[in-house]
Write a protein that binds this ligand. Structure first.
Ligand code: NAD
Length: 264
């Protein structure tokens, strides 16, 4: 327990269960004294999130579906009423039809392209706009991305395109809100076994491939990803905005896969 986030309040969006990256972030923030509000998507997730909320002394557990603008409005109205304002926002939300997270990217349908972009990319912009409206003293926003944004990852398909747009949004939002002392960054996590992660075909292969080919020869944990989110939201990162910060055991710096086995 430390006090890096003592006196700070904020919203963490995207906890589905104890494997969620958002949960790693919530725990890291709570351990440093932050007061946290959580959202959940639909009642089924709500039932799973409520016991987790208790673990981090969270009083505000609010429903929010980012496809529904009114539900986003309601969340920020509640935060304003209850707290007056917030200091940080964590956006750990993504969705695409799993039938299109396999095969060719070229086969993506118009309907799923639009929905994937809305939920996984544009929701961050829509939420950022609402969040900064109740950040009179500055603040910090973090979203979650993946390296399939800049390099092709088999089966990641339209989600890679959405993450590329999300990363561009981070830079534009950083420029928009920098003058108000609000920072905007993304954490690019290596593969983690979560509900959303399992939606990508051959997720296990991707997980194992990155493990054996990263400099550290291992995958990352939600604790490690949460630690980077904490850093970006804390005063330690007061000079950092518009960044895509990799937490992937170094996988992104590799050009050639590890071929130790082939030498034998
Ligand atoms: P997860 O399934 O635990 O979390 C995804 C969350 O998105 C869930 O809480 C779900 O309820 C929420 N969501 C989906 N559609 C929504 C909607 N319409 N309205 C509100 N919420 C909605 O999986 P995760 O892996 O923790 O995903 C969190 C973020 O991390 C995502 O942006 C994901 O792309 C990103 N990410 C994941 C990995 C990985 O390997 N798991 C790697 C890098 C980045």
């Amino acid at each position: 327990m430390g006090d890096l986030m003592k006196g700070k309040r904020g919203l963490v969006m995207g906890v589905a269960n104890h494997n969620s990256i958002a949960w790693g972030a919530a725990k890291a923030l709570h351990a440093q004294g932050a007061e946290i509000a959580l959202t959940y998507q639909g009642e089924a997730f709500g039932k799973r999130v409520k016991p987790l909320a208790d673990e981090i002394d969270c009083r505000l557990i609010l429903p929010c579906d980012v496809e529904d603008a009114a539900s986003m409005d309601a969340v920020f109205e509640t935060l304003k009423r209850e707290w007056g304002g917030i200091d940080f926002l964590v956006h750990a939300i993504a969705f695409s039809d799993k039938n299109e997270l396999k095969g060719l990217y070229a086969d993506t349908t118009r309907e799923n392209f639009t929905r994937t972009m809305l939920i996984s990319c544009f929701s961050f912009t829509e939420l950022a706009r609402r969040a900064v409206a109740i950040m009179p003293n500055g603040g910090s926003l973090v979203t979650m991305t993946y390296g399939g944004s800049t390099r092709v990852m088999p089966n990641y398909n339209v989600m890679g395109v959405a993450k590329a747009a999300l990363e561009a949004s981070v830079r534009y939002l950083a420029a928009d809100f920098g003058p108000r002392n609000i920072r905007v960054n993304a954490v690019s996590a290596g593969p983690v076994r979560t509900l959303a992660g399992a939606g990508v075909s051959d997720a296990r292969l991707m997980f194992n491939y990155q493990r054996v080919n990263s400099p550290m020869r291992r995958n990352v944990t939600i604790k490690e990803v949460g630690g980077a989110v904490l850093y970006l939201l804390s005063e330690l990162a007061d000079g950092v905005t518009g960044e895509i910060h990799y937490v992937d055991s170094g996988y992104n710096v590799m050009s050639m896969p590890a071929l130790d086995e082939l030498k034998a």
